[in-house]
Design a protein around this ligand. Structure first.
Ligand code: ADP
Length: 491
């Protein structure tokens, strides 16, 4: 195992930062520190934790430039895009946790009907030490938000950020320290898959993983050993459907942004576009016009920057080659070039004449590629949209709101937008997650906070007679029970 990892700027090839790799012993030491911190942090009230969450919100906002700079350098993304897509949701997530965790995780009284002599309630108790393993595509926010959510729920955290973007993960730890969080509440360990695997195998109480389905499966297998609960967010191959009554210009701009933001390296990126025949030609004309105006390059202010993790370019190229060989037309782009320093830049790519035999339509591409398919009608669009092993995000475009809502409901995805795209993840109050190969569990919103807790239920009698009707010796016959069930539970 390498002793260190070094991150590089994909625009220039320049080395950015070097971190020592944590081996299994160091991972265990970090988990032990987090466990020790949990003994205190996990027993504090929400009122006591709230000032720390507010401090996290403050440091996120106060350090907007510093965070933006780290993200732009490590991912090759435009700075403004980095602020919109990572710092804004990070600060909003901390604000949400500060304001809402106490309410969302408050104990809840339970209805006891028909056991009227009882009362019951549930408390949401923190699970303990959370292992948070994250990818390189949105390296700050995808590390920050689960960390803040876990901490708000009363867990302590050992974060293992992607080795490709380790500084963004380190920054989460540094900002947590600057916010004054007690020692051990947020720990970070650096390294590649082996370090992640060591963390999963350690005595952690919950794992939150964001990354590829292949690694997600390995983690699920490993977690099964200790039955560690798991939240998996594993990407998507998201469908974007344009119906004949859509605002075609807006839809085309939405598709272009959804497909090209961060060079398409977004789990909720638009990948498969289905356009109803009646508006297909207009839509494609608008889309190509928009694509022609994008500037792709390795400068600071490019719309589409280089691929963050250069080995990924081979997968994009393979998918395009497979589509070409099966008869697809590359309307725009389709080429890539090397940028100074060895990075890879893909031109914004629009592919038509695609079908579902192509890998492009079956697997996540994770590049600046939009595959557009002409479909006869709404029904065909829905069937094709749902013909996917993934189910993270979907989007439908129509001027008829009711039609849009019905179509959205029929899409088999964890998140969906009508006349909109990719903003679900910007709502701190919405759970975020998918179905199928996109994973399970939720990271944000009330469900996200609860995921880091276990529900503990309590019951106690309102009155305490010496014995109960159902205890031994039996005092109620089957017939009497039948009468009671009918009396209390018949509608
Ligand atoms: P991506 O290439 O999109 O980052 P991966 O799923 O390969 O997707 O990686 C996501 C995160 O999982 C990274 O932090 C990586 O180091 C980590 N990782 C890779 N392999 C394993 C593994 N076997 N166990 C735990 N974590 C892993």
């Amino acid at each position: 195992m390498a002793d260190t990892i070094t991150t590089t700027n994909p625009r220039t090839g320049e080395a950015l930062a070097t971190y020592p790799v944590a081996d299994a012993g160091e991972v265990q030491a970090a988990v032990t520190r987090a466990r020790k911190a949990f003994a205190d942090w996990g027993h504090r009230t929400h009122e006591e934790r709230r000032p720390y969450l507010t401090a996290l919100q403050r440091v996120a906002v106060d350090n907007v430039d510093r965070i933006g700079e780290v993200i732009a350098a490590e991912t090759g993304r435009d700075r403004g895009d980095a602020l919109f897509s990572e710092v804004l949701p990070a600060a909003a997530g901390a604000r949400y946790a500060a304001k809402q965790a106490g309410r969302i995780l408050a104990p809840r009284k339970a209805s006891a009907w028909p056991l009227l002599t009882r009362k019951g309630w549930v408390e949401y108790l923190p699970r303990g030490v959370a292992a948070i393993i994250t990818p390189w595509n949105y390296p700050f926010n995808l590390s920050w938000n689960p960390t803040v959510t876990a901490v708000a729920a009363g867990c302590t955290v050992v974060l293992k950020p992607s080795e490709v973007t380790a500084s963004a993960g380190q920054l989460v730890k540094d900002l947590a320290d600057e916010a004054g969080l007690p020692s051990g509440v947020v720990e970070v360990v650096h390294g590649a898959g082996e370090t992640g695997a060591a963390l999963v195998a350690d005595e952690v109480d919950i794992i939150s993983f964001t990354g590829s389905p292949a690694t997600g499966r390995k983690i699920a297998h490993a977690a099964a050993e200790r039955l560690t609960p798991l939240i998996l967010e594993l990407g998507g191959n998201d469908a974007f459907v344009v119906l004949e009554d859509a605002d075609v210009k807006r839809a085309a701009r939405g598709a272009l942004w959804g497909g090209m933001l961060n060079a398409g390296q977004t789990c909720v990126a638009v990948e498969r576009v289905y356009v109803v025949d009646a508006v297909y030609d207009d839509f494609v004309a608008e889309l190509t016009k928009g694509a022609d105006q994008l500037n792709a390059g390795a400068g600071d202010r490019n719309d589409v920057g280089p691929i963050t993790f250069p080995p990924r370019a081979a997968i994009i190229e393979r998918q395009l080659e497979d589509a070409r060989s099966k008869g697809a037309t590359i309307l725009r782009g389709g080429t890539h070039s090397e940028v100074p320093g060895g990075g890879v830049l893909f031109q914004p790519t629009i592919v038509t004449d695609v079908d579902h035999t192509m890998e492009l339509m079956q697997r996540e591409t994770f590049g600046p590629v939009l595959a557009v398919m002409r479909v006869p009608d709404e029904q065909a669009a829905l069937e094709l949209a749902n013909d996917s092993s993934y189910g993270l995000h979907g989007s439908v475009w129509t001027r008829n709101r009711e039609r849009g809502a019905a179509f959205a409901q029929a899409m088999r995805t964890g998140t969906v937008a009508v006349n909109d795209v990719m903003v679900n993840a910007g709502f701190a109050d919405l759970p975020f997650g998918g179905v199928g190969e996109s994973g399970y569990g939720s990271n944000w919103g009330p469900e996200g906070l609860r995921a880091f807790c276990y529900p503990k239920t309590y019951t106690t009698p309102r009155v305490s007679p010496r014995s109960e009707l159902w205890w031994f010796p039996r005092r109620i016959s089957a017939r009497a029970w039948k009468g009671l069930i009918r009396l209390t539970l018949r509608r």
